[in-house]
Write a protein that binds this ligand. Structure first.
Ligand SMILES: [Zn+2]
Length: 696
């Protein structure tokens, strides 16, 4: 391995020398900002050379010298990327963000150099053409197919003129996506609701008012400033008594980028949809949805549409009832007329607190972080026989991060797990699982994974330990589930291991583990009051369970309407005709419970599908829920700590990564395809007796 000297220091670049720490963990202590750029540049150069060697190999292309060689190439670059991008999310600084800007185009050039490399593709194609005679096992066949498709789906099989066209379309699409997003952002930021009359704050919680004071101050304004950012907008609609102002802010949000000005997204949407269709058809698909779904568990647009419709048919009657309940409740509180969209969150919040009457603050004392960690670790032990042991000698990137070695029942080393819980200025918001090294086992060279879970849970104070909300506990279980998918992986190739699965399958391991949070049997093991030691009361657990299903059908219909709109745009064989308002109403009217609002348009700020990568993929939220609910029924039937069931889930799902088609893996665990029944049952939306909604 090469050792480059960087000009202003004498020591070798730790990113480029072999990692010699415990289990070859990342040498966080010695990596300095100035190491990244030279390391990236050299690693990219080395990775290019490795690709060149594959191409120049004089032997006939075969699985080992082409597909495996490609999968194992760029190992050094992956290692550096892992450290840099994970830290850029969890412990960033201005310099890192600058490096990210600088390195992004270089990485994307390198990516293109591979995926547009005709010589490399020729070798892959030669192996692919002979795949029937190569005696490949299932995972090898999957890796071959994955690599072959990666090229074909990027136009490698096209004639030169079409290749040029493909490149043009892709380029225009990436610009359009950015412009679309920019318009949403500009229009989001353009709106301000400045309140100067204190009476208009009526109903808003103190913390929200305080935030609005600070926002106003930060803009040198007198009064209270609200905007369309989520933390300001959502509570305003939920709590503000002033109906006129709720309407105003709602209309502002729902008409973003639909004002016929220079930030209007209507034309962008048409063009994006048209180009996606053109690209898909160039590659031989009927629609963009068909193109995207080739690499999804759901496989075809028809299947997705049937799936959405089935959930819709079952949920709609319940949603109608929920709607009537809110209308009635509003009237009870003195409201006259029909409730509108800007009334929904307001009256729903009041109804919810009347029905369930508990707050996060009541639950938190029972959910002390240290105890929750014990609870999660004991779940891993009960289900999968894992033992997690802190090792202070493993280097970490921040004093708040803890590193664990994970062992199985035979004391075999399985993985490294880093846990990083608390918010910092240098950390982005949210929670995520990531890896520093993925699992692989090529030719007996077993590489075990290094996994990291990052969250933003509230920290302890002088007087109280870190206490989690119930949602934070489910978040922990969710990310831990992703973590198990990474840690327990027993695959051959890094390209098919761990979480390298189709994206409508990746949330199964995470979401299924959330189910334990609602089980008294699990909560009883660790959820005790941090002062009194008293167990989380059963009554409170019941309330949590019930509150979970509050307006489940309404939310289901809302998610379905987004997914239906997404499919309407992307499962079509001709460009969009007519105005988008009509188009949108046609696509979503079956789910809609409100009168349409003038000037409102979902599409012009639907970033998920026009710039967020969820195109023809919005359904996957519900798809994953159906899978996790269906899979969890096996645990419910056999016992939530049943070892045999957990072994089967581990063997068929967690260890298998993306080594085979997810439907094959799922059926191996479940014995059959998932149905929507378990999710509907969990949401309290079981088979409606209403015959008019019975047909499928
Ligand atoms: Zn997730």
């Amino acid at each position: 391995m090469s050792k480059v000297k960087i000009p202003h220091t004498d020591s070798p670049n730790p990113l480029l020398t072999p990692f010699t720490g415990i289990h070859q963990t990342a040498p966080f202590n010695s990596v300095k900002i100035e190491h990244y750029l030279p390391a990236f540049e050299l690693a990219i150069e080395d990775a290019r050379k490795e690709i060149q060697q594959i191409i120049e190999n004089q032997s006939t292309p075969d699985f080992a010298n082409t597909i495996v060689a490609l999968d194992t190439s760029g190992e050094k670059l992956d290692r550096i990327k892992g450290i840099f991008f994970n830290l850029n999310s969890a412990a960033t600084c201005d310099e890192m963000q600058e490096i990210a800007q600088e390195i992004a185009p270089k990485l994307s050039d390198f990516g293109n150099d591979i995926s547009l490399n005709a010589e490399l593709f020729a070798r892959i194609k030669e192996v692919h053409d002979r795949r029937e005679n190569l005696a490949l096992n299932a995972e090898e066949a999957t890796l071959l197919e994955k690599n072959y498709r990666r090229f074909v789906r990027s136009g490698a099989n096209l004639i030169d003129a079409d290749k040029a066209k493909y490149r043009e379309i892709t380029k225009e699409l990436s610009t359009l996506g950015l412009q679309y997003q920019q318009n949403v952002l500009t229009e989001t930021n353009a709106y301000e609701l400045l309140i100067t009359d204190e009476d208009d704050l009526s109903g808003l919680p103190e913390s929200i008012v305080e935030m609005a004071t600070q926002t106003a101050q930060s803009k040198s304004k007198e009064g209270w400033l609200f905007n369309l950012q989520y933390p300001s907008y959502v509570p305003f609609l939920k709590y503000a008594d002033n109906r006129k102002l709720r309407e105003q802010i709602f209309r502002a949000s729902s008409s973003r980028a639909n004002h016929g000005n220079e930030h209007d997204n209507n034309a962008y949407i048409r063009r994006i949809v048209e180009l996606r269709l053109e690209k898909a058809q160039l590659l031989g698909f009927k629609s963009h949805a068909e193109y995207k779904l080739q690499e999804r568990m759901a496989e075809t647009p028809e299947k997705v549409i049937r799936f959405l419709d089935e959930l819709h048919q079952e949920s709609k009657p319940f949603a109608v009832k929920e709607f009537a309940e809110v209308q009635e409740f509003a009237e009870k509180l003195g409201f006259a007329g029909s409730i509108q969209r800007w009334d929904w969150a307001y009256y729903s919040e009041k109804l919810k607190s009347e029905k369930y009457n508990f707050t996060d603050e009541e639950v938190k004392p029972y959910l002390q972080l240290e105890k929750v960690i014990d609870g999660v670790f004991s779940l891993a032990r009960k289900l999968y026989g894992l033992r997690l042991q802190e090792n202070e000698n493993i280097e970490v990137y921040h004093p708040e991060v803890t590193a664990y070695e994970v062992f199985d029942e035979t004391d075999r080393f399985i993985a490294i797990l880093y846990l990083d819980f608390f918010p910092r200025e240098s950390k982005r918001s949210g929670a995520w699982m990531t890896d520093y090294r993925s699992q692989s086992n090529v030719n007996g060279n077993s590489i075990r994974p290094h996994i990291s879970l990052v969250t933003n849970f509230s920290k302890s104070t002088e007087n109280t330990p870190s206490l989690l909300t119930f949602d934070e506990v489910t978040t922990f279980l969710h990310e831990f589930g992703h973590g198990l998918h990474g840690m327990l992986s027993q695959c051959q190739f890094s390209g098919t291991s761990g979480t390298s699965v189709y994206w409508d399958f990746v949330e199964l391991p995470s979401q299924i583990h959330e189910n334990w949070a609602y089980e008294k049997e699990w909560l009883d093991q660790f959820a005790v009051h941090y002062q009194t030691g008293e167990k989380l009361p059963e009554e409170l657990i019941k309330k949590i369970q019930k509150a979970q299903n509050f307006q489940a059908a309404y939310m289901m219909e809302r998610q379905l309407s987004f997914a239906m709109l997404d499919m309407a745009y992307h499962n079509r064989e001709i460009p969009v005709e007519g105005d988008l308002k009509t188009f949108e109403l046609n696509a979503t009217s079956s789910t809609d419970l409100f009168e349409p609002v003038d000037g409102s348009l979902q599409s012009t700020s639907f970033s998920h599908i026009f710039s967020g990568g969820y195109d023809a993929g919005y359904y996957s939220y519900k798809w994953a829920e159906v899978l996790d609910a269906d899979a969890f029924t096996v645990f419910q039937e056999n016992g939530i700590f049943d070892r045999e069931t957990a072994d089967s889930f581990r063997k068929h799902i967690l260890e298998k990564g993306g080594s085979e088609h997810p439907m094959i893996l799922y059926k191996a665990f479940r014995g059959k395809e998932a149905t929507t029944a378990a999710l509907l049952k969990r949401n309290g939306l079981e088979a409606s007796p209403n015959p008019s909604f019975g047909g499928k």
